[in-house]
Design a protein around this ligand. Structure first.
Ligand code: B12
Length: 210
């Protein structure tokens, strides 16, 4: 059993905004349910929901972060966690999410960090290039992929036995292909970093081992 902690960042809105949508973290909830069904332990730190009335000005007072501050989110991560997943849904949140990820990496130097969500799906290659703290970017829906990753980490699916989709270096062309086919590859988790997503029915696969 792997202990997986899923992080939802605070909500960022312009400083002039008079509201921010308070919504439940459905994506992380789905991931947590999948992990639990697969026998793993899943915990969510809901950066918005755990303190929805706290407002923190950020970035020279241009935006407000609603919810927990990133430092507080990091403080709520279980020290025994085996895997940390960060949900990145909105691109406007990315500058703060990146700061959060960097803090997580400092606090948990040996724990794999995976990122997913709408923003990551659109910018996986950029994320890997610009944010070395991220080990894996998951494209698209993450329910199956996160279980695969937790299984791999847990030893249930030995890395060497995992069938992977390899598409070579992460070029722009490669990424467009991945996006176009709503699919991805596994090139990571043992030192290598990469993009991984599942849709084995569509992708023209090259089978390989990690
Ligand atoms: C519902 C919705 C809303 C709702 C609720 C938003 C919320 N805070 O939850 C409302 C109406 C409030 C809303 C508002 C906005 N939205 Co909206 N919204 C959606 C919509 C239609 C569905 C999102 C959803 O709930 N999906 C269902 C859940 C289960 O899926 P999910 O969250 O994506 O999670 C899955 C994967 O992403 C992945 N995943 C997610 N996190 C993680 C983490 C890890 C570790 C892993 C491995 C995987 C993973 O696995 C999950 C399970 O499959 C999407 C478009 C779409 N079809 O996806 C746009 C979308 C997310 N919204 C978008 C935008 C731009 C906005 C607004 C900024 C619009 C505006 N100008 O005000 C605001 C921002 C609001 C905010 N900051 O909260 C864009 C985001 C693009 C971007 N790169 O930033 C999208 C993609 C639409 C689009 N194509 O333009 N939105």
């Amino acid at each position: 059993m792997a202990i997986v902690t899923l992080l939802r960042p605070p909500l960022l809105v312009p400083i002039w905004s008079d509201s921010g949508p308070l919504t439940p973290p459905i994506g992380p909830a789905y991931l947590a349910a999948s992990l639990r069904q697969a026998g793993h332990e899943a915990r969510i730190v809901d950066g918005l929901g755990e303190n929805p009335f706290q407002v923190t000005p950020l970035f020279a007072n241009k935006v407000m972060a609603i919810g927990l501050r990133s430092e507080e989110i990091v403080g709520r991560i279980d020290p025994d966690t085996d895997l940390i997943g960060v949900s990145c849904m909105f691109s406007q949140d990315w500058p703060e999410i990146r700061r959060l990820i960097q803090m997580v990496r400092r606090r948990f130097p040996g724990v794999p960090i995976i990122a997913g969500g709408e923003h990551i799906t659109a910018t996986a290659e950029f994320t890997l290039q610009s944010t070395p703290e991220v080990d894996v970017c998951v494209i698209g829906e993450g329910e199956e992929t996160i279980v695969d990753l937790a299984n791999a980490l847990d030893g249930g699916a030995p890395f060497d036995a995992i069938l992977v989709w390899c598409f070579g270096p992460l070029t722009a062309e490669w990424f467009l292909r991945a996006r176009g086919h709503a699919s991805a590859s596994w090139t990571t988790f043992r030192g290598l970093r990469g993009i991984w997503c599942r849709s084995r029915t569509i992708w023209a696969m090259v089978w390989a081992t990690a």
